[in-house]
Unconditional design. Sequence first.
Length: 251
Amino acid sequence: MTLPTGSGEVEAVLFDLDDVLVPFHTPGAWQWAWKPQGPILGERRVGAAIRRALKAWDRRRWEGLTGRAPPADLEALHQHLTETLWAIAGHPLPDEETQAVVRRVLKPAHEIERYPDVPPLLERLRAAGIRPWVATPLPIESARWLLHRAGLPEAMVGVAGDPPGPVVPDRRAFRVAADQLGLKPERIAYVGDLFWSDVRAAARAGHPAVLLDRRDAWPKVQSGRILSLDGFESALAAGGTSGADDPEHDA
């Protein structure tokens, strides 16, 4: 079976993982990873630091995709998580402490948060015969662990950030996912939470794409933008994102 898009139909949905299917950059997650015994971190300040860090990560991945910087690999991911932690802390932390926190972020042992809109969408896709799949820059062990902790099928992970394979947003990584699914890119919808390095990159690779903007961080994007997965099918049917420019980025 298929789902309608603005220009055809899709037979599978390719999801980014962190902050799409599983909460990842949340004040609660960073609280547990860095200060599990307290003191309680200020949620507003931590949230602001996370938003800035994610904008910078989106820019870094896009620059790697467009040749203005080396591709964003696992080392770049670790640097992003390090910079996020230091922004939350307000200053650099010792290397040993930093690395321990990053490890806990990538493989949390606490009871992680869950998005209530994820299981209903996966059930709707299952009922329609649409296959859900995951492409993530996270290491495959972390990706499977996060899905497991969230009560979601670990088998959904198709493309992860482990070498030597290509890492999303590299066009080759999207091609690997399409090969795994045995479908052409235009038959695979994509859902991501970052505008340039998720949605624009997927669209460049030929996928109808939807921006899941849970943080309301991309208000300038006029089409294909949803605040909850409850609106996924409607956004896809309307044609997905048009790739409208965001003034904070230089495409």
